[in-house]
Design a protein around this ligand. Structure first.
Ligand code: CAA
Length: 240
């Protein structure tokens, strides 16, 4: 039977490309989403991948959502923690709500999803957890103390959980994307983005599919000896 993967924030941007890559690799995929119903419906129609709505920042909703996926598709073997939001602003202007929202979804979401999925993977002796971090969690970014802290937290979370999963066949890795051509990056003011792209040695934004290929590798049988690692896919912008 095909393995089952859940991709959070899976109906748009990088998440959508990950869902499509995992499906192409023969997995049964569930895409989680939180808000945009129209885009999620269009995604399900166009890809044939089931979309499930819940807020990964809400622990109880996450447990219930994962239970529904497991009931309808089978036990979850592959978890991709991709859901993320930005609330950019300099520290002086950043509100407590902006801080809380980003920590709750970007970092709290990883914890909630792992709490729901890791025990079953451990019991069955096989699992893959892939967390989407960020270049901005590695290098920092002006105007992103919340996002950089949450993404940096994801990199620490990955290395800690990797140690807990290793004996049980559960690998835990991170990918640190650079600036990828998605709605999130399109929201960066044009003059700021131009300066960022000028600092990318490859000379362009990344493509969502370029992140998805990395995820597909880490989710595969072939990656069984890779754990606790971070794969940077950033066009050379930050060599870490
Ligand atoms: N380093 C040093 N100084 C900087 C700077 C930088 N990188 N960027 C801006 N400044 C300076 C400006 O020159 C300006 O100085 P002066 O007032 O002396 O001219 C001052 O800081 C204020 O800058 P802004 O006018 O830009 O301030 P703002 O409050 O209007 O906007 C901001 C601040 C919202 C952070 C805006 O600069 C911004 O959106 N920056 C982009 C942040 C970013 O890269 N977000 C990534 C989103 S995508 C993502 O996160 C995905 C991923 O994982 C990669």
């Amino acid at each position: 039977m095909a393995r089952v993967a859940v991709v959070t924030g899976g109906t748009r941007g990088i998440g959508r490309a990950i869902c499509e890559a995992l499906k192409a690799q023969g997995l049964t995929v569930a895409a989680n989403y939180a808000g945009n119903e129209d885009k999620a419906n269009a995604f399900a129609r166009e890809t044939g991948i089931a979309a499930y709505k819940w807020d990964v920042g809400d622990h109880e909703a996450t447990v219930a959502g994962c239970a529904r996926v497991a009931e309808e598709l089978g036990p979850i073997d592959v978890l991709v923690n991709n859901a993320g939001i930005t609330r950019d602003g300099t520290l002086l202007k950043m509100s407590f709500d902006d801080w809380d929202a980003v920590m709750r979804v970007n970092l709290g979401g990883c914890f909630n999803m792992a709490k729901a999925c890791f025990p079953g993977m451990r019991e069955r002796g096989w699992g893959r957890i892939i967390n989407i971090g960020s270049i901005n969690g590695q290098a920092g970014q002006y105007g992103q103390v919340n996002y950089a802290a949450a993404k940096s937290g994801i990199h620490g979370f990955t290395k800690a959980l990797a140690q807990e999963g290793a004996r049980f066949g559960v690998t835990v890795n991170a990918i640190a994307p650079g600036y990828i051509d998605t709605d999130m990056v399109a929201a960066v003011p044009e003059n700021v983005l131009e300066k960022i792209v000028a600092r990318i040695p490859v000379g362009r934004l990344g493509r969502a599919q370029e992140i998805a290929r990395g995820v597909a590798f880490l989710a595969s049988e072939d990656a069984g000896f890779v754990t606790g690692s971070t794969l940077s896919i950033n066009g050379g912008q930050h060599m870490y």
